[in-house]
Design a protein. Sequence first.
Length: 95
Amino acid sequence: MAVKRVILVGFEPFLGFSANSSQTVVNELKTRAIPHIQLACKVLPVEYDQTVAFAETIDWRDENLAVVLLGMNSRIDYIALEQRALNRQHSVHAD
């Protein structure tokens, strides 16, 4: 059985928030062992260019790889799956 690899990405605090829940999740999970999963955790600054540069380092042809980017929405108090991200074109705040 091939080892499944997961890259879990969270982000640093931004817009004056003292914490980012995505960073908290990544930091908590990086200390956990998950059977049959090779977990790599990364925390990035909230900057489009940094995220794109990181994405360009990934071998997207790897069939045993999943990349999960977490985010924070301060307006909700539940976990939500984003179906499409439009932040690049519709971001209210600059990086």
